[in-house]
Write a protein that binds this ligand. Sequence first.
Ligand SMILES: Nc1ncnc2c1ncn2[C@@H]1O[C@H](COP(=O)(O)OP(=O)(O)OP(=O)(O)O)[C@@H](O)[C@H]1O
Ligand SMILES: [Mg+2]
Length: 274
Amino acid sequence: MDQVWGNWMKDLSVNAVGMRYELPRGGFVQALEDVSFDLEAGRLLTLLGPSGCGKTTLLNILAGFLAPTAGSVELGGDAITGPGQDRGMVFQQGALFEWLSVAKNISFGPRMNRANRSETSAKVDELLRTVGLQGFGDKAVYELSGGMQQRVALARCLANDPDVILMDEPLGALDALTREKMQGLILELWKETGKTIVLVTHSVEEALFLGDRMFVMAPRPGRIDRDYTLPFAEVGLTVEPRELKASPEFIEKREEVLSLIWEMEEQIMGHEGG
Ligand SMILES: Nc1ncnc2c1ncn2[C@@H]1O[C@H](COP(=O)(O)OP(=O)(O)OP(=O)(O)O)[C@@H](O)[C@H]1O
Ligand SMILES: [Mg+2]
């Protein structure tokens, strides 16, 4: 695998990051305040928390789409000041080029970089296999199911061989069964490629299952409330996912995190009510 995936062990470092959105009619929203963490290369970090706690904002800052209003972000010691090929983004849905075939979607990045044609074509074939879509290269995107489209989105991201993959609720629009299958695929890709992944999800179960580290974030201002190190992602590669999710350890953690988030939601409602 080392020949296929270039991993340079770039750690991610987030230092006292704040994000304040100025509102057009005056006032502001403090979407993030004093967010700091270090993430070693090759970890799978999940971000969980109530709506509005700054998850997407944080991903956008890591992607370089947004500049934080305080603090700084570094990847492999270099400041992140804009989008770059060392980071790739996978969105919830709708981010594929509808007018291009599956293969053309996947090869988009390499083609923009004027990569060697036959190498690119071989890479596309390999990526199609990796995400379980062999034989689908010539299909149009609209011919595919939602789950298949997310496989294409993953493959397109991997085609650029980023160091860090950022995913904003990548499985949020899928039905339960497809979602479980895709969780398995993400774990496999993570292990196979050794890439750093930061994944936002609204599902407690998904955050626990996929993350070998998990932040529970809290809103107003958006911040990291809890920082968990988790055993399940490692185990999930060898144990049947259903079995793992039904284990006492998993259920105990799930209930702990659920009640934490419920408390947060109640506090938010309380604020809004009074
Ligand atoms: N461009 C913007 N201008 C003003 N406020 C914004 C902007 N983008 C986000 N916000 C606000 O910043 C806060 C954090 O938003 P963000 O989208 O990062 O939250 P989130 O955790 O991703 O929420 P969700 O779970 O609903 O996707 C929210 O209060 C949101 O309303
Ligand atoms: Mg969001």
